[in-house]
Design a protein around this ligand. Structure first.
Ligand SMILES: [Zn+2]
Length: 461
């Protein structure tokens, strides 16, 4: 990383800052891993010492994307298990598509070395897609060791927020009291860590999966009257919310169906200021939520952590099960209009995680295997999708002061794209290319001219 005495470097290219106070700029200056100036070329030059190096870049600069729901360590193990040496991001995407239902690591528990090796393997592939940060949404104790060790060795180039997952009913945590005991155990809580690795809210599961017909709904799934699976008892949820609100922990609740969303919202709304401070989240939250619950969740500060990828994969199957009821699935428009902070993620590497596909899906509402989009009443704009991947996901990462936009003082996490996503035709979004990715002012990916993308430090001009 850059030392404190590093002189500033100026980059000249159109900048989409995502900063509402100054949405567009023509240059950016970076020193010691942070943005020190954003503005017109003259404005930026005026802030740096004479003779500071300048690089004119071909492309458009945006803040680094943050995937607010990416099982990165499992993605790393899958990359080790299923990917050839030297394979690039496109081949990784294809390998993950092909091995969708297969285990992360065939053959027992991976070693710590394998976990770190997996992270080393996968991070450049994700940087090549424009990512500079992830929220890993269900981190086991072994995975936490993997992240800590990777960080200790200086091998984490992806800013990572880890959401601890202590599975109620498992040997280590047989019931909710054991979960609470573990959380209380060491005195740390949500927010502990640094800009590279930080503890997020804990993860819990309140209902099942949508496509399995296990989402907890208000109306029955079918004529049998079945409404879905509730995976956590109401009084356990009550106690866990109370404990977390009083002890510095946030909660991210897997809640797919409207009745699960209502249950969680009712409990979260009792947690007061902790909801905002610790970034309580509704995760997935995509099937038949009631407007009254969206509005209440937004009012009390709950983050809506949504994944356009899930509806891309599940849209057709949900239509077959639910008919017209599936049309408004993944109601991103409604969440935004209700006033919620929306953070985009993918649930990769299991679901599709290419942000170009996900942004396009959120705008077009297209689903895999069908020409007919879901209801466009829930479509959003490119600008809103980018905000969910930057500002919203940074907020979900407890990092809205340092990430998600390009503004003086913020971390120099930025991506050079081949064109401006906010102005290209919708059909061209999926053809955008990442040319270069920087984390804290350090080049973590660059596309070599005329060849396959690599991770060499880009040549300066
Ligand atoms: Zn997930």
């Amino acid at each position: 990383m850059n030392g404190a005495a590093t002189p500033p470097v100026v980059y000249i290219a159109p900048v989409v800052t995502m900063d509402p106070q100054r949405p567009r700029a023509a240059a950016l200056a970076v020193a010691a891993g942070r943005v020190v100036a954003v503005g017109s070329v003259d404005e930026v030059r005026a802030t740096v010492p004479a003779g500071a190096p300048e690089h004119a870049l071909d492309g458009v600069i945006l803040p680094g994307l943050i995937d607010a729901h990416m099982h990165m360590q499992r993605g790393g193990l899958k990359a080790l298990a299923y990917l050839q040496d030297g394979a690039d991001a496109d081949e990784y995407i294809e390998a993950m598509r092909r091995t969708f239902g297969e285990e992360s690591w065939p053959g027992g528990e991976p070693t710590l070395e394998q976990r770190v090796a997996g992270l080393r393997r996968v991070q450049p592939l994700l940087h090549a897609l424009g990512f500079t940060g992830v929220v890993d949404p269900a981190v086991t104790i072994e995975e936490m060791r993997g992240y800590q060790e990777a960080h200790r060795r200086g091998a984490l180039t992806m800013r990572t927020v880890a959401m601890p997952y202590l599975e109620p009913g498992s040997a280590a945590t047989p019931d909710i009291d054991a979960v609470i005991g573990h959380l209380e155990g060491t005195g740390v809580s949500t927010g502990f860590g640094d800009d590279v690795l930080r503890l997020g809210p804990i993860k819990i599961y309140v209902d099942g999966e949508g496509l399995r017909g296990e989402a907890l709904l208000h109306e029955p799934w079918n004529e049998t009257g079945y409404r879905g699976l509730q995976r956590m008892a109401d009084d356990d949820l009550d106690r866990l919310v109370r404990f977390c609100a009083e002890n510095g922990w946030g909660i991210g609740a897997h809640a797919v169906g409207g009745a699960a969303i209502a249950t969680v919202t009712r409990r979260f709304s009792t947690a007061g200021a902790a909801v905002r401070e610790r970034r309580f989240q509704l995760i997935h939250a995509y099937l038949e939520p009631r407007l009254i619950d969206l509005t209440e969740a937004a009012r009390c500060g709950v983050v809506a952590s949504l994944q356009p990828s899930i509806i891309w994969h599940n849209g057709r199957g949900l239509r077959e099960r639910l008919g017209e009821r599936a049309e408004r699935a993944n109601p991103v428009r409604s969440w935004i209009d209700a006033g919620a902070v929306v953070a985009f993620g993918s649930d990769g590497p299991f679901f599709a995680f290419d942000p170009r596909l996900l942004i396009w899906q959120a705008i077009t509402r297209r689903v895999d295997g069908s020409q007919r989009p879901l209801s466009l009443d829930e479509a959003i704009t490119v600008q809103e999708a980018l905000a969910a991947y930057t500002i919203g996901a940074a907020y979900a990462s407890l990092a809205e002061e340092s990430r998600g936009m390009l503004r003086p003082g913020m971390l120099a996490d930025w991506v050079l794209w081949s064109a401006d996503p906010t102005t290209v035709a919708t059909d061209e979004l999926r053809a955008l290319r990442v040319l270069r990715t920087e984390v804290g002012g350090r080049t973590v990916f660059s596309a070599r001219k005329g060849g396959k993308p690599g991770v060499d430090v880009v040549g300066t001009n």
